[in-house]
Design a protein around this ligand. Structure first.
Ligand SMILES: Cc1cc2nc3c(=O)[nH]c(=O)nc-3n(C[C@H](O)[C@H](O)[C@H](O)COP(=O)(O)OP(=O)(O)OC[C@H]3O[C@@H](n4cnc5c(N)ncnc54)[C@H](O)[C@@H]3O)c2cc1C
Length: 303
């Protein structure tokens, strides 16, 4: 395709959009236009990340994605980047209560899925990091092959190779509407003009609900989220989970869900509800081990 028509338009130049442009061009799909509303790429979550590779997730599908990504970061293709992408300093995660119980149960299957991990007692963790206080956690997970990512190097490298193969990033260009014909997204509208494409990818991060709405995507609308998920503060006192998220820096409605890890290590939702952030202060009696997910809804506005 040519002119204002492309094979693929990607909405959003965060790590999701930029990495996709790299992997598509590597596979021969080179006519790609990335549209980013800000004046520079990686302006939002990608540019603010703590840049730690932690190959551990309580959700099996996400865990597998992390394992597969980690392999690339540790051992990228020859010539991909000027400097290493990962400093394998190791990552140490501290746990207590139901999360620790859950991790101890899941450790073997996580290892079988490809994560190298060691479970440490509080004393063993303190021996490695003497500033830790043993009373405040029940155990630790050491991920010896994980550590600090060089996000700048990663993005530069993705961009460099994708650009060489034909992908273009256009900044200061917000997608304001999506054109749908016969139930298929065929183009986008921006103040810089209209662009057509065979495929339109929504990589708008926490704003993914908006392009979803523009294209009439039922899935994203029904979920009603801004694609942001927070794990709320979670304490376990005598089997009661005290859910206290009143100090989150948001206003508006949230949906909360409590998941229990079943014997197949899948997460099963055992309780859910809706509340406003200002009001939510729940005491739920559930069997440990459980995790809490708090979904931010599109009615949320930063304070
Ligand atoms: C404080 C913080 C710390 C974190 N720490 C870590 C960590 O240590 N390790 C880790 O793995 N992850 C971490 N994360 C998570 C990680 O940063 C994100 O998962 C990741 O960056 C998301 O990338 P993304 O491309 O989906 O979103 P983003 O980086 O937000 O990119 C989305 C882009 O889409 C653009 N956009 C939105 N709407 C439109 C539109 N209509 N038209 C054009 N452009 C649009 C936005 O401007 C934005 O640039 C952290 C996140 C935060 C916020």
């Amino acid at each position: 395709m040519g002119g204002d028509s492309h094979d693929v338009i990607i909405i959003g130049a965060g790590v999701a959009g930029i990495s996709l442009s790299y992997f598509l061009t590597e596979r021969g799909v080179t006519d790609i236009l990335i549209l980013e509303r800000e004046s520079q790429p990686a302006y939002h979550a990608t540019g603010r990340s703590a840049a730690v590779l932690v190959e551990l997730d309580t959700i099996p599908a996400l865990h597998q994605l992390k394992v597969r990504s980690a392999g690339f970061f540790r051992d990228p293709p020859s010539g991909f980047s000027e400097y290493p992408l990962l400093q394998q300093s190791g990552a140490l995660l501290l746990f207590g209560g139901p999360m620790w119980d859950m991790l101890r149960q899941a450790a073997q299957s996580l290892g079988e899925m490809g994560t190298r991990l060691e479970l440490l007692s509080p004393a063993e963790a303190v021996a490695r990091v003497p500033v830790l206080s043993e009373e405040h956690f029940e155990g630790a997970v050491l991920l010896p092959e994980d550590g600090q990512m060089d996000v700048h190097q990663l993005l530069q490298s993705y961009t460099h190779h994708a650009r060489k193969r034909g992908a273009v990033q256009q900044l200061n260009t917000e997608v304001e509407a999506i054109r749908v014909e016969n139930g298929r997204s065929v183009g986008v509208e921006t103040r810089a003009g209209a662009f057509r494409a065979r495929w339109i990818v929504n990589a708008a991060g926490a704003w993914a609900g908006k392009p979803g709405d523009m294209a009439g995507c039922a899935g994203i609308n029904q979920a009603g989220t801004e694609a942001a998920i927070l794990v709320g503060n979670l304490r376990c006192e005598e089997k009661d989970l005290q859910l206290s998220i009143e100090r989150m820096p948001w206003q508006g409605d949230v949906q909360w869900e409590i998941f229990r890890l079943d014997s197949r290590h899948d997460l099963e939702c055992v309780r859910s509800g809706r509340a406003s952030v200002e009001e939510i202060r729940l005491t739920e009696s559930v069997e440990a081990p459980c995790v809490l997910l708090v979904r931010l809804h599109k009615t949320l506005t930063p304070p």
